[in-house]
Design a protein around this ligand. Structure first.
Ligand SMILES: [Zn+2]
Length: 124
């Protein structure tokens, strides 16, 4: 049963959101770890091969792989930052409130996108 105030979220929603964010953080940590291993592997391989990034076609491939990995790693870190912010918003109660209009963010939206900071209307 809803209590009707719409202010403080009922704890099942809060718990579910906390679990989702914790899960996303845990898999984010795993992703970053495996990306780091990949990164080390690529760097090591290019060092062993003593590749000239500029002129060797092999080197160009390695440089491309590195650039790609760097982008993915950067994105993974940005996602972790978003999750940290979401966790903080959960603690303060702002999690359920739209950053732009101050209205409520639908529980379904936050279930689909745990790091959402705006309601669906403002996101459009
Ligand atoms: Zn809004």
């Amino acid at each position: 049963m809803e209590n009707g105030t719409g202010n403080a979220r009922s704890s099942p929603d809060q718990r579910a959101a906390t679990e989702r964010i914790d899960e996303a953080r845990a898999s984010g940590v795993r992703l970053i770890e495996s990306l780091r291993r990949l990164w080390d592997g690529v760097v090591e391989a290019s060092e062993q091969a003593n590749i000239d990034d500029e002129h060797d076609p092999e080197g160009a491939t390695v440089a491309f792989e590195r650039a790609q990995l760097r982008d993915v790693l950067k994105q993974a870190h940005a996602d972790m930052d978003d999750l940290d912010r979401a966790a903080e918003r959960l603690r303060t109660g702002d999690y359920w409130v739209c950053d732009i209009c101050g209205g409520p963010i639908a529980v379904e939206r936050l279930a689909a996108r745990p790091t959402a900071t705006t309601c669906i209307r403002c996101a459009r």
